[in-house]
Write a protein that binds this ligand. Structure first.
Ligand code: SF4
Length: 224
């Protein structure tokens, strides 16, 4: 446990030298709708759908009254439009019953618990809402954060949701959002799914995967 805490501390020290990031306050409903639109598609496609939706519906109230087929047409570029239409409508109906101003006064863990009660809002979406909507700390685990944190060895959970639970506990509060952004960037640039470019990675000294590879190489060299 102590060893892992030291490893996490070292990773934070390395990443914070390169990445700075502070949580942002924004319209919470916008962030939830955007995140639902972004499921299983690229940022470009989901952003296009969100822009179209905001242009067509000036108030979210209008979406609730609109036919599903109309909303599906509007958000088509984000893909899975039938499913996303249902999710957005359900989430908006449930959000209407929540006093977001009051909720924002709670601790991040309590907010996250309440947000995941909304249809279509899982742990990742709730954590994204905390960072990009409420200006609070959280560490959402997407596909990049999942892969990189598992290779580093700071998360062992078999699913992103499990890994998120672990990281929420292990990462000091004030560095969660910064680490989320750093691990995404590292995942996109060097720690790719296939053939990670470990030699270029700022975290190689603190990475279990790299150490294993290094050890295997050393063993092979010693045998010949
Ligand atoms: S050292 Fe390699 S495996 Fe480890 S985080 Fe960096 S790129 Fe990924």
């Amino acid at each position: 446990m102590k060893k892992m805490q030291n490893q996490i501390q070292a990773i934070i020290e390395k990443t914070r030298k390169k990445y700075t990031f502070k949580p942002i306050k924004n319209n919470v409903t916008d962030v939830i709708v955007q995140t639902i639109l972004s499921q299983h598609t690229s940022d470009k496609n989901s952003w296009k759908a969100f822009e179209k939706l905001k242009k067509r519906f000036k108030k979210y109230e209008q979406i609730l009254k609109e036919k599903d087929s109309e909303l599906e047409k509007t958000i088509r570029s984000a893909g899975l439009s039938k499913i996303k239409t249902k999710r957005i409508k359900k989430a908006l109906a449930e959000l209407k019953k929540i006093n977001l101003k009051e909720l924002e006064k709670e601790k991040p863990s309590k907010i996250q618990k309440e947000l995941t009660k909304i249809s279509g809002v899982g742990p990742k979406t709730a954590a994204i809402t905390l960072i990009f909507g409420m200006g609070k700390q959280a560490i959402p685990v997407d596909t990049h954060v999942f892969r990189v944190s598992k290779r580093l060895g700071i998360a062992t959970g078999k699913t992103p949701a499990k890994a998120q639970e672990e990281l929420e506990e292990k990462i000091p509060e004030k560095y969660k959002a910064m680490l989320h952004v750093s691990l995404i960037s590292i995942g996109r640039t060097v720690c790719k799914p296939k053939n990670p470019k470990c030699e270029e990675c700022i975290l190689k000294k603190h990475c279990n995967y790299y150490k294993k590879i290094f050890q295997v190489k050393k063993n092979i060299e010693q045998r010949f």
